[in-house]
Design a protein around this ligand. Structure first.
Ligand code: AMP
Length: 352
């Protein structure tokens, strides 16, 4: 095997599940994360406790690892680029750059020939008012950077919603106003590209969000074969355009006519792909490890229908019930403190 030690930037549950998958294939893992005893570091071989852009820590990570990957998209691009001068970094830093800013991301996705919601950059209150007027008073205002789980967003439902103070309310930072998409359902696709350029796509999942956080992913999604094929084609275009290596998650809005509008992409394993660990032989986590280590990709075929449900905050109290159910895979993240909105674990219930 070409790589023996895999560095993972970020110590959350995605890093934890990557470390588990890596261990099963005989790889060692090193986690770089500012918080000690993180969910990922609990299961990795080594940890470096430092900021993601700490130059000495990055140099140490490069020294200890044969390849470096990341589990969240807000790794500073400059840090990833500097690291890439010393050790292979997958997915390529360019993918981080395209995914970190919603404006850059939408332009990139459109450049791949894939539709998104219409959008305007909003850098002032005047911009906001002009953009809202263009969209008939409706739209979703989002911070361009660092938004997640619906944070840093505001919805304008009609021209009666006052725009006053809207720019400052999201912190006076660069924003984007997206046109409001009346979607029928939300789906996502988890896809992987190997070092040899081969591509493997899992079946699209149908996702339901609650309070901006993913609640369930259901397989199969209630979409036509043509819509599923469109999601796959979009993933293939994005992966090829980025010269990508690793797993990517891409979210779409599916409209009533079956057409797709891309919402966002995450250059990493994705919450809406957790079902793959229960319903596929090779999970998204193993697929990502295979890709970044230069191994052949696994067959992404799904052997069962299933529903993945996140355990958020006090949902963790339902674990004893889940453990009594047939064909339910329970996965907990090693977080000792539960807080509202905090992802504590997930379960995947097979349906056969
Ligand atoms: P995001 O952070 O972009 O994934 O947005 C969080 C959630 O807000 C999405 O999963 C949708 O349910 C909703 N949403 C985001 N953007 C739009 C939009 N342009 N039109 C309608 N709903 C949206």
């Amino acid at each position: 095997m070409s790589a023996k030690t895999i560095g993972i930037i970020g110590g959350g549950q995605l890093g934890r599940m990557l470390a588990m998958a890596a261990a099963r294939l005989n790889f060692r893992t090193v986690i770089l994360e500012p918080q000690a005893d993180s969910p990922a570091a609990q299961l990795a071989n080594e940890q470096i406790v430092a900021a993601y852009d700490d130059a000495a820590a990055l140099a140490e990570l490069a020294k200890r690892c044969d390849v470096v990957t990341y589990e969240f998209e807000n790794v500073p691009v400059a840090a990833a680029e500097e690291l890439a001068r010393h050790v292979p970094v997958y997915p390529p830093p360019k993918a981080l750059e395209m995914a970190q800013d919603r404006l850059t991301e939408k332009r990139f996705i459109n450049g791949c020939g894939i539709p998104t919601a219409r959008f305007h950059a909003v850098d002032s209150q005047v911009d906001l008012e002009k953009a809202l007027a263009d969209f008939g008073g409706q739209g979703v205002l989002k911070t361009r950077r660092l938004g997640y789980d619906g944070k840093g967003q505001r919805v304008y439902r009609s021209a009666a919603d006052s725009a006053e103070g809207g720019f400052e309310a999201l912190g006076g930072v660069p924003l984007i106003l997206e046109s409001f998409v009346s979607f029928e359902r939300e789906i996502s696709i988890i896809a992987a590209r190997g070092l040899d350029g081969s591509i493997a796509c899992y079946d699209p999942a149908e996702n339901v969000h609650r309070d901006g956080i993913l609640h369930t992913s259901t397989l199969p999604a209630s979409i036509s074969a043509a819509t599923a094929a469109a999601a796959r084609e979009a993933a293939e275009k994005i992966l090829a355009a980025l010269g990508y290596v690793g797993v990517i998650g891409i979210e779409f809005f599916a409209l009533a006519d079956g057409s797709l509008i891309a919402n966002e992409m995450a250059p990493r394993v994705h919450n809406s792909g957790h079902w793959t660990e229960a319903a596929c032989v090779v999970s998204q986590f193993e697929q990502h490890i295979r890709a970044v280590a230069g191994l052949p990709l696994g067959n992404p075929v799904r052997h069962s229908d299933c529903v993945m449900q996140n355990l958020i905050g006090d949902d963790i109290l339902s674990v004893p019930d889940w453990l009594r159910r047939d064909e339910a895979l329970v996965h907990l993240y090693g977080k000792t403190e539960s807080r509202p909105g905090r992802k504590m674990g997930h379960v995947t219930q097979l349906r056969r």
